[in-house]
Design a protein around this ligand. Structure first.
Ligand code: PMP
Length: 327
């Protein structure tokens, strides 16, 4: 890794792997979290933002001073906007109004042209993804299309996945990760399996997502719900197509939150809900595989992005979720 990064672009990726001490001790495995909250925009989605903008420039679709439009749960919008600021483009971000206040405020602060829309299912034409596609068409702008744009997973194949292999010296038995666009899961699967087809790739899915059933038996039926943001799907995004996923685990919110709160109060690591799902899944996979294995997962973003939700006792009570004693 270079000591001096060449501007924002050079500072994206190259994140540390952090040994999660409690999870490792509890399972007898080496459980390692890829510290994506250390990216300049605070999440794993800086990588996708950069990969998508680079691809749009290289393919000639994005011209100097051009506009990128995207529908996002927030983190992709942050990554795209920061990269656009650094390279001289503009971003219009369409986002469901149910996402955390902190992400909304941060997007406004960094200069995104933010359009909040009511949360609607994907099959509704007013769903944020469709609104963003139509807006890009109307403006003649570039639609980032993170769900189906394979530049997303390609960025993760070349960076996140390759880094995990290098950082573990190839000693990695399994990888667990939740899916929003599937860019992270698919890109890492492609990178690791190309080097060792035996690495086990496990989807970590929240309640309210159809992907667990899809991996298990091809059935996308959705049930339940989750307070996690940016993950879970009712359809199979293009980024997952043709990619090997060996197994799936479904993690209820209380199990994920236990990890979020334990990581903070015992290890000083502040992470968001999807990281909690990922770590809970890594623990389940470790128990399943038995001691002595190395399981890598992703700490997608930081807890500060969810102060008003996951770290707010009133919010937790309103969702009938346990409030930790220290809070
Ligand atoms: N966690 C968080 C907090 C996210 O914002 C996202 C992206 N929406 C993900 C996980 C999922 O990443 P990916 O899109 O690569 O599947």
């Amino acid at each position: 890794m270079e000591t001096v990064a060449d501007g924002l672009i050079g500072a994206i990726g190259g994140t540390r792997l952090i040994r999660l001490k409690r999870a490792s001790a509890a399972t007898g495995c080496e459980i390692l979290g890829k510290a994506e909250f250390l990216n300049p925009g605070g999440s794993v989605k800086d990588r996708a933002g950069l990969a998508i903008i680079r691809d749009a420039v290289e393919s000639g679709r994005l011209k100097p001073g051009g506009i990128i439009v995207e529908g996002t749960a927030g983190n992709t919008g942050i990554g795209l906007t920061l990269v656009a600021n650094a390279l001289g483009y503009k971003c219009i971000i369409v986002m469901p109004e149910t996402q955390s206040r902190e992400k909304i405020d941060f997007l406004r602060m960094i200069g995104a042209d933010l359009r909040l829309v009511p949360a609607k299912p994907f099959k509704d034409p007013e769903n944020y993804v469709h609104v963003s596609r139509r807006l890009a068409e109307e403006l003649g702008a570039v639609w980032a299309n993170q769900f189906d744009n394979l530049a997303n997973r390609e960025g993760h194949r070349l960076t996140t996945g390759a880094e995990i292999w290098e950082q573990t010296g190839g000693k990695v038995d399994a990888f667990t990760c939740a899916c929003g666009t599937g860019g992270t899961l698919a890109g890492v699967s492609l990178a690791l399996k190309a080097r060792n087809p035996g690495v086990k790739i496990v989807l970590a899915d929240p309640e309210g997502s159809g992907l667990y059933g899809w991996v298990k038996n091809g059935d996308l039926t959705v049930s339940g719900s989750s307070i996690t943001e940016g993950i879970g799907q009712s359809r199979v995004p293009g980024n997952l197509e043709g990619v090997k996923i060996d197994d799936a685990v479904r993690i209820p919110d209380p199990e994920a939150l236990e990890q979020v709160f334990d990581l903070l109060s015992h290890e000083g690591l502040s992470v968001g809900g999807s990281a909690g799902i990922n770590v809970a899944a890594a623990i389940r996979v470790a128990r399943d595989m038995g001691p002595g294995h190395t399981i890598v997962t992703v700490l997608c973003d930081g807890g500060a992005r969810y102060q008003s939700k996951l770290f707010n006792p009133e919010f937790l009570r309103s969702k009938n979720l346990p409030v930790p004693a220290w809070m």
